[in-house]
Design a protein around this ligand. Structure first.
Ligand SMILES: *[C@@H]1O[C@H](CO)[C@@H](O)[C@H](O)[C@H]1NC(C)=O
Ligand SMILES: *[C@@H]1O[C@H](CO)[C@@H](O)[C@H](O)[C@H]1NC(C)=O
Ligand SMILES: *[C@@H]1O[C@H](CO)[C@@H](O)[C@H](O)[C@H]1NC(C)=O
Ligand SMILES: *[C@@H]1O[C@H](CO)[C@@H](O)[C@H](O)[C@H]1NC(C)=O
Length: 211
């Protein structure tokens, strides 16, 4: 190359946009390298933009048939059913969900976890997950937690946290680039016992936050 380079400066733009003598001696493979490089970089940025632009996750329905805690034996009977909407807002990225786990927390302690069926979600598509936390377990509460439980029982409305963990592979559509992802969302829920006749409509849809 005839042109002088300022010391330490990589004159990338000039060497790419201006054909130089040395390019005439490049093999076709060498010539296509910058294009391949550009494709890989573009795919990388597309997938990078996916991980930073999170999915739209909402709890759309919540129904609490039972939430019984017995102080003297620590037994908790629970039956909480949810509908969770997940929207993939990306224009060119499809998502293969490999693992979907929903975890239910009461007073910062896990009381139930559910694995949900895996699926493929195309771009700009919405899917609904329907976890049901139903069972009985030992669930000791401290004195202050028992008094919180008692006051919620008299209101007939309980506060829960849902944590949703999504693992899988993001794929740039019409392309070969893929990237693994692991995303977690948390939703704070207020759910009335069905027997009170109160509706959960006041607290749903409830937005979940990426964390
Ligand atoms: C979830 O959605 C389905 C279909 O709309 C509905 O039948 C079901 O009752 C919903 N679940 C809850 C917990 O509201
Ligand atoms: C739930 O609590 C009620 C009274 O508060 C009690 O009668 C009932 O047996 C309990 N159910 C279970 C499954 O523990
Ligand atoms: C619930 O969590 C435990 C502990 O992490 C795990 O061993 C179990 O497989 C989970 N159950 C489901 C249904 O995901
Ligand atoms: C998008 O969702 C609709 C309905 O929810 C479904 O029929 C369609 O197959 C989905 N497309 C992809 C690419 O997943």
């Amino acid at each position: 190359m005839a042109e002088k380079q300022t010391e330490g400066d990589l004159d990338l733009e000039a060497s790419i946009s201006r054909p130089s003598k040395s390019e005439d001696h490049m093999s076709p493979t060498e010539k296509s390298l910058p294009i391949l490089f550009a494709v890989v970089i573009a795919g990388f940025f597309l997938l990078y933009s996916f991980s930073t632009s999170s999915l739209k996750v909402h709890v759309t329905d919540a129904s609490l048939a039972q939430f019984n805690h017995t102080t003297n034996n620590g037994q908790l009977h629970y039956n909480l059913a949810l509908n969770i909407s997940i929207r993939n807002p990306n224009t060119m990225i499809g998502l293969f969900y490999d693992t979907i786990e929903a975890k239910g927390y009461y007073q910062d302690r896990i009381f139930g976890n559910v694995s949900l069926p895996v699926f493929y979600q195309g771009h700009k598509n919405r899917s609904v997950l329907s976890p049901v936390f139903h069972g009985q377990r030992l669930f000791w509460l401290t004195n202050s937690e028992i008094s919180n439980f008692d006051s919620e029982t008299s209101d007939g409305v309980y506060s829960f946290e849902l944590i949703l963990v999504l693992k899988g592979t993001a794929k740039a559509e019409y392309w070969f680039k893929t990237a693994h992802f692991q995303l977690a969302y948390v939703c704070a829920l207020q759910v009335p016992l069905t027997s009170t006749g109160k509706s959960a409509d006041q607290t749903t849809p409830c937005q979940c936050y990426y964390f």
